[in-house]
Structures are given as structure tokens and as C-alpha cells.
Design a protein around this ligand. Structure first.
Ligand code: FAD
Length: 481
């Protein structure tokens, strides 16, 4: 082995320099480091959705800038690309941060085995989670957790996550032959639908850091009470940054603890609640790791026989935010415009798809996958199973969200609806969540003509709820439940 031969650091979903245990380990060897990103075409991977690709383009641009323009970009099946770059550069091995999607685990295991067999270094590090998914097991029988509260208690009782690592100082990566990011076609061209995303987000490590600072300086105080109100900004909006690893949960954890110690957090219930949401992220990854069929198969097997309806027209109306239920439509349009949707509204639109329309949760999951900038296999599929009532620690099937009551409770003055469903903006608060109950003169005054300027409700919620409950009861009687 040549002491001056380089190492490759393979960036994946850890697109940052600070608190990157893998990158720091590579630099600590004292060898020159080649920073590589692979647009991976290995068979069996789930391709990124369109919104994810938009984000990825900008995140790679930011990472490249912080590496002095030396990020090496290559496209192809990861193992083939790694072998080629190892050969071209005489590098002695590859290091990377772990991913937990079942297909990523299969790919990485195969790569590690092959490279080590060929005499190369192949080393992975935890760059994405507070706790490894295999670290925590139930006390009773050592099985994986399936209920959040004991899982999170076990996390909190474990050794605190290590302190985040600083960004490497005076680090200049080694150059190598690179492709051109623009040639990968990650950005939409005709039509360019990304205007709302450009306005809403700053992908990259600096954007992530700023988002965290803004949250700690303001909304964290009030998070517990107001996080459910989609018309206000009381959540961190860190989800896409976390998904792409532009910031680590350990960094967030540390910043929150420091803010608590400095007295910047007035009520610890706010910060504790916020950290528990990071706990849901950990829990989703724990579930995905231990139940790799989570993305497609109900965890609760009795739901496999559920009599779903395939209704392409209704699915389309839901996707386009044209259901006639204002809070549902506002959510779906927020998603389309900005690539993100408020968590409370994700639950409302999810319940509407699965329970009011009886459309399989997998179709909602697929739409979210394509349109969310934070589309994340663990969080998305665990959440959809939760909504459908077939997942771990799920909402019971009979809990059907009432879109009018949810809207009235969490968006009382309709600020959120007025923002995303402008054709209803002039309706008084009393009717903004149920325009079909407004008298004709109120509708006229507000410029609303149901069925023309805004749809009539596509189903009657109360009838639809009864159908859903009957379908579930039939499943039970058939012995499947
Ligand atoms: P905050 O409230 O500020 O929370 C901080 C962080 O905790 C988030 O950034 C996120 O990483 C994590 N988090 C918060 N809530 C959850 C949760 N319920 N489950 C897992 N992690 C959570 N989140 C994704 O990151 N990607 C997805 O693809 C995704 N799909 C979802 C689909 C449905 C049907 C539902 C109901 C929820 C989904 N979520 C998903 C979870 C949640 O809605 C988002 O993480 C949250 O809205 C992000 O906003 P925030 O960063 O302001 O959250």
C-alpha cells in the first residue's frame, strides 16, 4: 500500500462537511481525499421523484462550492463507478455514510464485500441517525420496537448521542475526472414548475444551518402549542435538509441543548416535543430497517385483503387539489407549489385519500414520493401506514379525520386555505371550511360559484366515512381482521 495514495469519500445522503463522521474519518487517515457523488443507476434502487431531483441538483451545487469546485460527479451503477474511479486514481479504498433503505443496504453490502475481497478499504459510518436502528431492542424479548413511546424512552435512556464533529479545517479535496451536473437533467425545463420551490427553499448546508438558527431564535418557543397550525410557521421546516443530510440530527440535538442551557428556550416542553419529532424520524428508520417490506406491504397483515377502490379520476382530483374540501385542496396545492406540506395537513389529506376515497395508501405514498422535497422512504411509508391504520403504533382504522372539523380547529380563520385556494379567499370564516353550506348571496359576494370556480365536494364525507367503516367491519367478519 502506498502511503500517499488517496481515499474516496462517497457522498450519498450526507451532503455536508460538518459532523460528517465518514468524511472526517477519511481525512483523518492523512491521505488525500477524493470527494465523489454517484448518480447511481444500480438496478433495484427506487428512483428519486422529480421534486427530490430538483433539490439534489441545488444541494450538489452547494456542496461543490464548499469543496472549492472539486466534487467529482459520475453516473452509472455504483460498484462499476467506484471500481473505475479506484483504478483511475490509484485510490486505496472508499468510505461512506450509511443509508437504511433496504435496497441501499443490499447495494452497500455487495459493494463492501466486493471491494474488500479485491483488497480495498471499504468502510461505512453513521452520518444520518442519533441511534443505529439495531442498537435499540425491547427489554422483554429483544425484538424491534413497534410502539413509539417505549422506543423513544429507550432512546432517551441510552447514552446521549456523541457531540457533532466540526467541519474539516483547511481541507482541499483531490481533483478527478468529473461529469457535468447540468447534463444529468435534474431540473425541470418545459414547463419549469419549480418557481414555488425556489422561493421557499435554500438547499445546501448553509441553508440548513440558517433554517435551524431561525427556528431556535423564534418558533421553538410555541412549538408544542402551535406546531399543528398550518397557517403559521411554528415548525422547523428542516425535513428536506435532514433527508439530504445537509444537517445531522446530532447537530440539531446539540443546538437545542445549548439553547436550553442558555435560557433561550422558555419552556422545555417545547424543545422536548421538538426533539421527540426527531424521535419519530429515528422510529421510522428503525421500522424500515427491521421490516424492509414497509414501503409496500401493510405491517398489519390483515389489511392486505382490504377492499380498496382503484379510481384514477378521483386520485387525479386529490393530486390536483380539486376535491371540494378546502383544507384538503390547500394541502395538495401547497405540496404542488412548494414541494412540502404541513404535517397536520399531510394527515388530513392522507386520511381523505385512504378513508373517504378508499384509494390504496401506496398511491398516496407514490404521489408524495414524486412531489415532496423531503420524500424519504422511512418517514413517508411509515407515516402512510400510520394514516391507513395498518402500520406500527398506527391511528386506529376507525379514526377518520373530519376535514371540516380539522380545518376549523387548526386553521380557524382560514389563513392557510386563503393562501393556497385563492378562489375561496373572500369567503367569511364561517364558511371557508364548508363553502357548500354558504347561502347563495354569501357565495355570490365572495365570487364563488360551486362547480365552476371551485368544485362541489367530490364525496359526502359522512357517507364516505360510513362506507370506510363498513369495509373495515366486513374485513373483520371475513376473518381477515
Ligand atoms: P418539525 O415539526 O420541525 O420536526 C422536525 C423533524 O422531525 C422533521 O424535519 C422530520 O425530520 C422529523 N419529523 C417530524 N414529524 C415526523 C413524523 N411524523 N415522522 C417522521 N419524522 C418526523 N417526513 C419526511 O421527512 N419525509 C416524508 O416523506 C414524509 N412523509 C409523510 C407522509 C405523511 C402521510 C405524513 C402524515 C407525514 C410524513 N412525514 C414525512 C412526516 C412529517 O410530516 C414531516 O417530517 C414534517 O412535516 C416536516 O416538517 P418540519 O421539518 O417542519 O417538522
Amino acid at each position: 500500500m502506498n502511503a500517499t495514495s488517496p481515499l474516496i469519500y462517497w457522498f450519498r445522503q450526507d451532503l455536508r462537511l460538518a459532523d460528517n463522521a465518514g468524511l472526517s474519518a477519511a481525512i483523518a487517515t492523512g491521505r488525500p481525499v477524493i470527494c465523489l457523488y454517484i448518480h447511481d443507476t444500480t438496478a433495484g434502487l427506487r428512483p428519486w421523484g422529480a421534486a427530490s431531483l430538483w433539490w439534489l441538483h441545488h444541494s450538489l451545487t452547494a456542496l461543490n462550492a464548499s469543496l472549492g469546485g472539486k466534487l467529482v460527479l459520475r453516473k452509472g451503477p455504483a460498484l462499476e463507478v467506484l471500481k473505475a474511479v479506484l483504478k483511475e486514481t490509484g485510490a486505496e479504498g472508499v468510505m461512506w455514510g450509511r443509508c437504511y433503505e433496504p435496497y441501499a443496504i443490499a447495494r452497500d453490502t455487495a459493494i463492501k464485500t466486493q471491494l474488500q475481497a479485491d483488497g480495498f478499504v471499504a468502510e461505512s459510518h453513521n452520518t444520518a441517525l442519533l441511534f443505529e436502528p439495531w442498537q435499540l431492542k425491547t427489554k422483554t424479548n429483544g425484538t424491534p420496537f413497534q410502539v413509539f413511546t417505549p422506543f423513544w424512552k429507550a432512546c432517551l435512556a441510552s447514552e446521549a448521542p456523541p457531540l457533532p464533529l466540526p467541519a474539516p479545517k483547511d481541507f482541499t479535496p483531490l481533483s478527478a475526472k468529473s461529469e457535468n451536473l447540468a447534463d444529468w437533467g435534474f431540473l425541470p425545463t418545459n414547463p419549469d414548475w419549480a418557481g414555488g420551490m425556489r422561493e421557499a427553499w435554500t438547499p445546501g448546508e448553509a441553508g440548513a444551518r440558517q433554517r435551524l438558527i431561525d427556528f431556535i431564535e423564534g418558533p421553538i418557543n410555541g412549538y408544542k402549542e402551535r406546531r399543528n397550525n398550518p397557517g403559521e410557521q411554528f415548525t422547523s421546516r428542516l425535513s428536506p435538509h435532514l433527508h439530504w443530510g445537509e444537517i445531522s440530527p446530532r447537530q440539531i440535538w446539540r443546538v437545542v441543548k445549548v439553547a436550553e442551557e442558555a435560557g433561550k428556550v422558555k419552556h422545555e416542553s417545547d424543545s422536548a416535543h421538538f426533539l421527540s419529532e426527531l424521535g419519530w424520524r429515528e422510529f421510522s428508520n428503525h421500522l424500515l430497517y427491521h421490516f424492509p417490506t414497509l414501503p409496500s406491504v401493510p405491517l398489519n397483515k390483515r389489511f392486505i385483503a382490504f377492499p380498496w377502490n382503484e379510481k384514477p379520476g378521483e386520485l387525479k382530483a386529490w393530486q390536483r387539489g380539486m376535491t371540494g374540501y378546502p383544507i384538503v385542496d390547500a394541502g395538495m396545492r401547497e405540496l404542488w407549489q412548494t414541494g412540502w406540506m404541513h404535517n397536520r395537513v399531510r394527515m388530513i389529506v392522507g386520511s381523505f385519500l385512504v378513508k373517504d376515497l378508499l384509494i390504496p395508501w401506496q398511491q398516496g405514498e407514490a404521489w408524495f414520493w414524486d412531489t415532496l422535497v423531503d420524500a424519504n422512504l422511512a418517514n413517508n411509508t411509515a407515516s402512510w401506514q400510520w394514516i391507513a391504520g395498518c402500520g406500527a403504533d398506527a391511528a386506529p382504522y376507525f379514526r377518520v379525520f373530519n376535514p371540516m372539523l380539522q380545518g376549523e380547529k387548526f386553521d380557524g380563520d382560514g389563513a392557510y386555505i386563503r393562501r393556497y385556494v385563492p378562489e375561496l379567499a373572500s369567503l367569511p370564516d364561517k364558511y371557508i371550511h364548508r363553502p357548500w353550506e354558504a347561502p347563495a348571496d354569501v357565495l355570490r359576494k365572495a365570487g364563488v360559484e360551486l362547480g365552476r370556480t371551485y368544485p362541489q365536494p367530490m364525496v359526502d364525507h359522512h357517507t364516505a366515512r360510513d362506507h370506510a367503516l363498513a369495509a373495515f367491519a366486513a374485513l373483520k367478519e371475513s376473518g381477515a381482521a
